[in-house]
Structures are given as structure tokens and as C-alpha cells.
Design a protein around this ligand. Sequence first.
Ligand code: PYC
Length: 318
Amino acid sequence: MPLISGIHRLRVIDSHTGGEPTRIIISGAPDLGNGSVASKLSVFRDKFDSIRSAVVNEPRGADAIVGALLCEPQDKSCTAGVIFFNNVGYLGMCGHGTIGLMVTLAHLQKLTPGLHEIETPVGKVTARLLEDGRVTVQNVPSYRHAAKVKVEVPGHGPVTGDVAWGGNWFFLVSDHGMDISFSNIDRLTEFTWAIRKQLKAQNITGRGGQEIDHIELFGPPHSAEADSKNFVLCPGKSYDRSPCGTGTSAKMACLYADGKLRAGEIWRQESIVGSIFEGSIAENKGDLHPSITGSAFVNADSELILDPQDPFCFGIRQ
Ligand code: PYC
């Protein structure tokens, strides 16, 4: 069955959070049924994956864009439901994207400053729109799954890192000898991509065999206001321009486990482009709850046109 029978329009709002773009589908998306956001994601992935590709891939999109589908939450205590996706697939949670979502909903006058709950495929997160326009996201519980895991990377030698969950799976490396600078993006991408491939080849995974699809390198901050600077490789080989909300959550879980960050203490994570997220961690009944604060700006409100005559209507796919 063809996905669209004639010209189809999707309204999208673009924003960026610390330089990392988020494109949110506001209307025109297919009906995904009445289930939870996790079940809506299954329907979207199984039946409408071409819409994901149409929104984020070239010629309309670009590798760095994280897409989001605004949807009805099953849990009526939530202000919204959201499914995040990228150039190659779907994300469990997305910190910068949730900050972008909150600012987008405020732009649409659908929410006012205060506390809101958002249903995601990996659980409920809480986000507070602050009076100054910044957003604090209380992420899903985060944890370190494995410490000091050694992976042999051809051309680089052994690399040691931690495996941690922050809403996505991360391999976090501090001891790497690389220069964490914007001018070094190509080498950082090549190095982290090589690590990712070896994690897969050597069957190093997250809990329950889940693939580790984000690699995070840390180095000294360039900004006097930050504690650390990072480079985050995303699943589709793009890098995160923001400090990465889920990656910063994973990092704080590791710092906490090592006794290097106390509950309530502020951690300022600088991104590869110089933007900063402020984070902290709280412990409740043995679970670690990270919070991330950052700002986003709406930069486009537009309509995507899907024309079935267009040979690249559903994007250029890998
Ligand atoms: O902010 O969590 C995040 C994120 C994940 C991938 C890109 N950004």
C-alpha cells in the first residue's frame, strides 16, 4: 500500500539546543493508535519509517537533525508524548530534544512556565520551563552498567571506558589522548566510530545485550564556567553539537559511582561547539535521577511537502 496517495503536508517546528537541531512534527503525522508512546513507536517504526526518513534525511534534512513526533500521551497526567528519531533510527530519550520540545510547546502557547510531565518510549520524564526560558529536564533513572571496560581498537590500541545508561547507551572514555576541539572533529569522528564498531564486534553491550550506539569522549573544559568538555558520537555517525542530555546523565551516574560527584552538586558539561548544560543528580531509593538544564531557540516553523512523484520524497537513505 503506498504511504501517501497525493501531496502530503507535515507541519514542523525547528529549534536548536546548544547548537543541536530538533525538528518536531506538529501535525500531519499518521495515526499510531491509542496505546502508550512505546507502542506508538513500534507502529511508527514498523509502518511509517519512511516518514522518519523524509523528515530528517537529505534533501530536506541533514545528518545532525534529531526528529521528534509530538503525540498524544496515554498517561493523561502528561502534557505531551514524544518519539525521538534520527538519520538511522530511533532514540529512547533525548535531553536536548526534550528541551527543544518544551520551548516549541511554549512557542505554540501550549504550555506556560512550570512543571510538566512528558511520556517517552523509555518512561516518563519531567521538564520544567523556567521563567527565564531555560528548561530543566529530570531524566529517566541513569546508572553505570560496567566500569573500566577494555576494548581493542585497531590502529589505536586498547581503549578503556565505562558503559552507562542515561536514556540511551553510552561508552564513556576519558583516557584517550585526543584533543577535544572543534577543529579536530574529523579525527574524533573516526576514532569514536572505530570504538563503536569494535564494541559491536567484541559483543560489548548494555544491559540485556542492548547495543551501545553513543560514544562519548571527555577532556578538559575550554570555558572557565565548565567542568569538562565532550565529544559525542551519535548512532548515525553525526556528532552532538549540544553537550548531550542523555550523555551528561550517563556521565553524572559514573561520576557519582566513583564518588566524584555528590547528590545536588552541579556538573557543567561543555559541548564540542562550546554550549553548556548544567546538571546534577539526586538519589532516591537507590535510583539515580539526573537533571539537565539548558536553553533552546525556535528557528523555523514550516511545512514539509511530500510529493509521491518526487524520487527522493522519503529522503536519501543509507
Ligand atoms: O541530548 O540526549 C541528548 C541527545 C541524544 C542524541 C543527541 N542528543
